[in-house]
Design a protein around this ligand. Structure first.
Ligand code: KIV
Ligand code: ZN
Length: 512
């Protein structure tokens, strides 16, 4: 019988470590629900000791998710591990993931510890964690660049202390598929008690090989857990992309001969949700979830697909959750139709009052836009989730004037802690004028490091989704706003980014 491959999703932990991808508790909860629908085996929900916000998010996720194991990262010390256990207390199935760096470079320069000290600390951490939960994962950080003899010594010791999963990270994305696969194989062969734990791969994408390295770790190395993120989100160039690794294993079952629990029809919904929440747009030619992943432009290809789809398609679009854009609702649609569509899209609202607020927003949008697509509804509810948190800044209205040969001018009304303010400014363009109008009052001092506009459902009739990335005092945040008027969408995105800058969460970096 084929072995099972465990899919460990770390979008909410490693993915969130991307500059600007930080998420609120409610955003994380919404994504965790989607990950549960996707049937991932393990959800790494955060790093409990890094901030109160992360602790609360893990706790909330642990309390509601029933079908996936919930995991918290923790450094190899009692305080972090206790905090992780506390956050996970309500979980149906809990895992503590503890890590310490084992490469000579990290031990000497970052930790300023000797190998013997690291060895002892790793053992004590796993022993401590095993007294709190039955499921403990250990990662030797920068494992791939560590001395194999030392690594074997540490891994043997932590398995003896009760580690149930051994994860070997390529923390800096330095590996090459064949070498990484053989590295894992070699470790498994040399560690005497290696069969007492499940082996896992965790690859970063600095050289664009995270998925290839993970697959080699599975095929050559015999790993039976892959750590990955939706859309490959993660530190620097990101992590192994869940959708790619899962579809590779599924499409090439003839080669990998492994089973998985994943419901692949939920992949596109998960990809959209993560992209809309973080503002990290998916490139059109991205495998599996890019807008062009199943588009055939050339006449020869179109002809071939019409005659027999497998001439040019190795996967079926519907198997990963692509469906043609459907006009689902319009301004005459009622609350029940709206509620049912939310359910079909997998959006769960906490209460009837939340549905009412979202429905009111839907009606407002339907007055201005004749056709409402699934994408519009998803954008609307993600915006709704943000506004429900009683944020400091809120959008009210905007008017602007631009004409060829004249400098554009904007006037914007917005709320600060519920009180209305009006700002006016001119600017290089209408968007610039509108954002400067906000700043006449706010004076945030933030630097804009990214501004991007994306048409939600692909035409000029669609809503524009704007992402604004702001940086201030070392913090980087993303704000996302959607509206048929891209200037309004820009103002909403800017206010959303300002709100995130206000939430002062002091975070401890996992790899800092
Ligand atoms: O990349 C890495 O080494 C990590 C560890 C904390 C597992 O994310
Ligand atoms: Zn990582």
């Amino acid at each position: 019988m084929a072995d099972k491959l465990i899919i460990f999703d770390t979008t909410l932990r490693d993915g969130e470590q991307s500059p600007g991808a930080s998420m609120t508790r409610d955003e994380k909860l919404r994504i965790a629900r989607q990950l549960e629908r996707l049937r991932v085996d393990v959800i790494e929900a955060g790093f409990a000791a890094s901030s109160n916000g992360d602790f609360e998010a893990i706790k909330a996720i642990a309390n509601v998710i029933k079908d996936s194991t919930i995991c918290s990262l923790s450094r190899a010390n009692d305080r972090d591990i206790s905090r992780a256990a506390e956050a996970l207390a309500g979980a149906s199935s809990a895992r503590i993931h503890t890590f310490i760096a084992t490469s000579a470079l990290h031990m000497e320069k970052k930790l300023r510890m000797t190998p013997d000290q690291v060895f002892e600390q790793a053992k004590l951490a796993v022993r401590f964690a095993r007294n709190l939960v039955g499921d403990v994962e250990f990662s030797p950080e920068d494992g791939y660049r560590s001395d194999p003899d030392f690594l074997c010594r540490v891994i043997e010791a932590v398995i003896a202390e009760g580690a149930t999963t051994i994860n070997v990270p390529d923390t800096v994305g330095y590996a090459i598929p064949e070498l990484y696969g053989n590295f894992i194989k070699n470790l498994r062969e040399r560690v005497p008690n290696s069969d007492k734990a499940i082996w896992s791969v965790h690859c970063h994408n600095d050289l664009g090989m995270a998925v290839a390295n993970s697959l080699a770790g599975v095929k050559i190395g015999g790993a039976r857990q892959v750590e990955c993120t939706i859309n490959g989100l993660g530190e620097r160039a990101g992590n192994c992309a869940l959708e790619e690794v899962v579809m590779a294993i599924k499409t090439r079952r003839d080669y990998f001969d492994l089973t998985m629990g994943i419901d692949t029809s939920q992949i596109v919904a998960a990809s959209r949700m993560v992209s809309q929440t973080t503002g990290f747009v998916v490139q059109p030619n991205k495998a599996v979830v890019g807008a062009n992943a199943f588009a055939h432009a050339s006449g020869i290809h179109q002809d071939g697909v019409l005659k027999a789809r497998d001439t040019y398609e190795i996967m079926r679009a519907e198997d990963v959750g692509w469906s043609a854009n459907k006009i689902v609702l319009g301004k005459l649609s009622g609350r029940n139709a709206f509620k049912q569509r939310l359910q079909e899209l997998g959006v769960q609202m906490e209460s009837e009052a939340d549905i009412n607020t979202a429905f009111a927003k839907f009606k407002e949008l339907a007055d201005r836009k004749s056709e409402i697509f699934d994408e519009d509804i998803l954008a609307l509810v993600s915006e709704e989730a943000v506004t429900q948190q009683r944020e400091q800044y809120g959008f009210v209205s905007l008017s602007q004037h631009s004409e060829t040969g004249e400098r554009p001018h904007a006037s914007i009304v917005f709320t600060v802690d519920g009180k209305e303010f009006t700002g006016e400014s001119d600017g290089n363009g209408p968007v610039d004028a509108s954002l400067k109008a906000i700043e006449t009052h706010v004076k945030s001092g933030a630097e804009m490091v990214l501004y991007s506009v994306n048409a939600i459902s692909g035409s000029t009739e669609s809503q524009g989704e704007v992402t604004v990335r702001l940086q201030n005092s070392g913090r980087v945040v993303n704000g996302v706003g959607a509206d048929p008027d891209i200037i309004v969408a820009s103002a909403k995105a800017y206010l959303s980014a300002l709100n995130k800058l206000q939430s002062k969460a002091d975070r401890v970096a996992a790899q800092g």
